[in-house]
Design a protein around this ligand. Sequence first.
Ligand code: UD1
Ligand code: MG
Length: 510
Amino acid sequence: MPQPHLRTVVVLAAGEGKRMKSTLPKVLHPLLGRTLLGHVLSAAAPLAADRTVVVVGHGADQVRAHLTDVAPDATPVLQAEQLGTGHAVRIALEAVPDGAGTVVVINGDVPLLRPETVGALVTAHEQAGAAATVLAAEVPDPTGLGRIVRDADGRLEQIVEERDADATQRAIAEINAGIYAFDAVRLRDALGKLSTDNDQGEEYLTDVFGLLRSAGEPVAVHVADDHVETLGCNDRVELATLRRLLRDRVNEAWMRTGVSLLDPATTWIDVTVALDRDAVVDQNTQLRGSTVVGAGALIGPDVTLVDTIVGPAASVVRSHAVGAEVGAGASVGPYAYLRPAARLADKAKVGTFVEVKNSEIGAGSKVPHLTYVGDATIGEQSNIGAASVFVNYDGVNKHRTVIGSHARTGADNMFVAPVEVGDGAYTAAGSVIVDDVPAGAMGVARARQRNIEGWVVKRRAGTAAAQAAERAGAVQGAPNGAGAASDSEAMHGPGETVGGPTGAGDTATE
Ligand code: UD1
Ligand code: MG
């Protein structure tokens, strides 16, 4: 039995990416849910390499920090000066113990590379027992790329960088994708022989192929099925192109699994998102991060979901959610904002111009209109009246509001936390609730209304309002001012109508 093959992956990520014109290192630019580097690492992940080395240089600290997040097993190796791709691989291999096996080298800026393609390259390389195999592709525009130069028999002779190429070589449309498999021993040997005798004065990894070939070693070309996978990213225009291409790939894959995308051109789904069968995504929708959409859910139009879980058959329309959970059959929007730890249980509703943060909204409960719910727990089957504010912040600390089940709170309420409204309790419209409302009670916390008869006719005489009032038979002989209401009016206590029909009617906004 042959020994299992030791595999080492080396990702080259030390370059600055000058043409990105960015303070962020090129490989850290995001692309539908991962950085460029993150895409490359995940394409290499199924190789189950025994070790992964990432060559860092420009923005090394940022790249190292990112690796801790996305690939904690990878070893960053510093290339303090970027003296070329060959130099980078040499430094990478100095950092890992000697050994036989395969070394897979991947440029850090080819994010559309699929795991299947790297896998096929490595398998072809290992089966052929080649010293080095390069992934190549025929591209419509080879400008700026290394060309695959073949001999009369079609075998790889060398890889020539465009700036070092003659006119005949420049006319070659087959390019080096920047992804390779090497035999470890022969690679180390060839790396020691690289020269810097080229237009950039750098050690080119690509020269390894010519060196090995001249030494009579078998070198091979593995042609990619789809050249799109080999596209690199050098500036933000290319990044935008890659984003569109990846969007199309992701969208097509979801449609093939039974998800409806009504307008794929305006639907942007991160590679990290999951959707279940019969979910429908309407136009102009972005699904990001760890978002999960359940079966038959309806998302969009005009929705952004970040790290949000949407249950089966729920609907989210024209809304923005970050770190939220939407239960099965729940409904959100139009125009809702769900912030982190907003949790809607099954069949709950968050309606229009409603913001929810760090709150549980129980099964079947509704917050239909114009409301802020912060740091609250709402039980089941309750209704929160329109235009209410859960006043959670005293300027120093946040406090919780608890609303029970089957409660009906009035329109335009302030719940000044910490405060509780019990099961089955009501509150009157316009109330500022500062004290707990016991289960089944009606909480009223507002001044009583008083009418100053004839005020307009007397104080606004001659206006259209006064004339209309007179036509309507308004009472004459008004008192002298706003303060002159009759004592009997002012004496009605706020609690007088509690339990009466007017109290209950106050709360209705469903
Ligand atoms: C390289 C190839 C070229 C190929 C192209 C594919 C060489 C000499 N040329 O060219 O044949 O067609 O990729 O995209 O390899 N890097 C380092 N350290 C360095 C230099 C580069 O880590 O000293 C990293 C970069 O961050 C990048 C990758 O290596 O991720 C490739 O470097 P880049 O400068 O983009 O090479 P190209 O000129 O594109
Ligand atoms: Mg490049």
